[in-house]
Design a binder for this molecule. Sequence first.
Ligand code: CTP
Length: 402
Amino acid sequence: MSVLSGKKILLGISAGIAAYKTASLVRLFIKSGAEVKVIMTPASKDFITPLTLSTLSKNPVSSVFYDKKEENELWNNHVDLGLWADLMLVAPATANTLSKMANGTCDNLLLATYLSAKCPVYFAPAMDLDMYKHPSTKNSFKKLQSFNNVMIPATSGELASGLVGEGRMAEPQHMVSFIEKDLLSKLPLKGKKLLITAGPTYEAIDPVRFIGNHSSGKMGFEIAKAAANLGAEVSLISGPSNQQIQHALIHRIDVNSAEEMYTSVHDCFDEVDIAILSAAVADYRPKNVAQQKIKKTVAALEIELEPTKDILASLGAIKKQQFLVGFALETENELENAKGKLQRKNLDMIVLNSLQDKGAGFATDTNKITIIDRSSKEISFELKSKAAVAKDIISEILKRIA
Ligand code: CTP
């Protein structure tokens, strides 16, 4: 999956002949799973039509603050567009547009949106070789780079003027790969190793029966996805679960029992930077597992149970550099119990969900959590999808490991 998947991309087109290549650029972005909106300088419409770009992007194309010819004039809000974007790319970026961007000139919608954008900005220059070499243009590049804007350098080749040299806008496929690589290298969990436990455990009674619980594994899988999307290498150790996951950075290890989960977790723990234990591990297991199926009789059946190993507590006892996160599912005295677990198990952070909250806990698509850290700081979140909760958990961890 591309790092661009789900990203909102604002493509700013200025008036260069290379604008015709933006049609395939939009298609490549869409193919990588991104959503694209296009803004154009008025003059760029001589090189490619807004209709082509709106058809390919499946979004309206804007080039002016408002259209005087329209009966119902609508203000194209550059601030909204700037805030909407996860990243902005100006391509082709002409010498004129680059100079205006570098100097804060704001005489068209593209430039106003650029000044309003808080997201990463990339620019792909396209111009004739002498313009590209001119100290004034070089100055624009330098100035924009000092604003943390990223330049996708032009390549050498035949130019519209017929001259050969540097100034050709990078090819669309190269621009997409360049941005993907750049984003990946800047992901906040890049180079970090995470261990996540998820799902229930099954404790065998006999060859066909077990003690289990209703955990679906969804919360842990969403955390794995959120972490991997931020560049982490994830070992996801899961009890029996129907959840599916496909991600180049997630290595799934399936286990059944608490004992198997304990062994797998300890095999990985030394090497990880962050461990998040969201599994609903059975606290007890049958002391003796019958070798054959237990036959029904009229007599009552008693199964003696013994405690399983507390995986989380065992990690708290040996942790070194690792940031250790546990979960607490409570039905009463929630905060007090969660704080007690944080201390007892030597955690850095605990995620509390209460079964008192509607929509929280097992087998739902939503969750409502409170996060507590070692300083006893409590942060309560609204009821959200488990995917959004996973992002909250990861972002709270990031604040504490930075
Ligand atoms: N946990 C674990 N190993 C166990 C039991 C629990 O790793 N054998 C982890 C869970 O993954 C979770 C945390 O411990 O992160 C809290 O589990 P919970 O069952 O709520 O806490 P317990 O310590 O078992 O306390 P109690 O059941 O009394 O609430």
